[in-house]
Ligand binder design. Structure first.
Ligand SMILES: Cc1cc2nc3c(=O)[nH]c(=O)nc-3n(C[C@H](O)[C@H](O)[C@H](O)COP(=O)(O)O)c2cc1C
Length: 207
């Protein structure tokens, strides 16, 4: 369909202008996690912000890893962990993004335990941790995306409300780029699958 003059304009009726700031993907914010893998017999963790849930059932998670030691471990073993740190672990998490397991031994930094996968080291200090088995690897120009089936999610009673991890108790943090800042999660602003319901009458039914 032909676009209207208004749609082609970068200015709205009140004169507010949209400006193109280039092709930098400003995804604000991104969850901040630690991805773990085994390098031979040694555990290794790296800071990762490119992480997402990607399939409902089975439960799949995806992580995008550049050419780092952790990635070597995931390629070698087909298993990895996703560990959600709390705001108490900002500095520790950042350090895991500053140094490489190719140069230093990061294995003694956290207390580690295992679920059912022997090559997916889980961090005891993190409130919520997931062990994943790789089901698919996607090769991109710079990064490998590992899609992993979550075979176990571990937490503690103190982080739960009604049997589910409670964000107010877990206290995760998020990353913004390119200002490179960590932020705590702010206040609750709405109820999902609910707050849009009163606006339904603004839509025209197609049936
Ligand atoms: C805040 C932050 C977020 C990062 N996110 C990612 C990411 O999503 N993917 C990635 O490959 N590297 C990411 N990195 C870079 C790695 O964590 C970093 O290169 C690390 O030293 C690699 O460690 P390794 O070689 O022991 O695996 C991030 C670093 C920081 C500080």
């Amino acid at each position: 369909m032909e676009k209207s003059d208004m749609e082609r304009s970068n200015m709205d009726k009140s004169g507010m202008e949209k400006i193109n700031v280039g092709n930098n993907p400003f995804l604000l914010p991104q969850p901040q996690v630690l991805v773990g893998a085994m390098l031979g017999d040694r555990v290794n963790f790296q800071a990762v912000a490119w992480v997402s849930r990607v399939n409902a059932k089975p439960a799949y998670m995806a992580v995008a890893l550049g050419d780092h030691a952790t990635r070597d471990g995931v390629v070698a073993n087909g298993e990895f962990s996703i560990n959600i740190p709390s705001v108490d672990l900002v500095a520790e998490t950042d350090l895991m993004g500053l140094v490489s397991g190719r140069q230093v031994d990061k294995s003694a930094f956290f207390e580690v335990f295992y679920g059912s996968l022997s090559k997916a080291p889980l961090i005891r200090q993190c409130p919520v941790v997931m062990e994943c088995r790789v089901v698919k690897t996607v090769e991109l120009p710079a990064d490998l995306i590992f899609i992993g089936e979550v075979v176990g999610t571990w937490t503690e009673e103190r982080y739960l409300t009604n049997g589910m991890p409670d964000v107010a108790k877990v206290r995760p943090f998020v990353l913004t780029m390119p200002d490179n800042a960590y932020w705590a999660v702010g206040e609750k602003v709405g109820k999902a699958w609910h707050d849009g319901l009163p606006l339904r009458e603004r839509l025209t039914s197609l049936l």
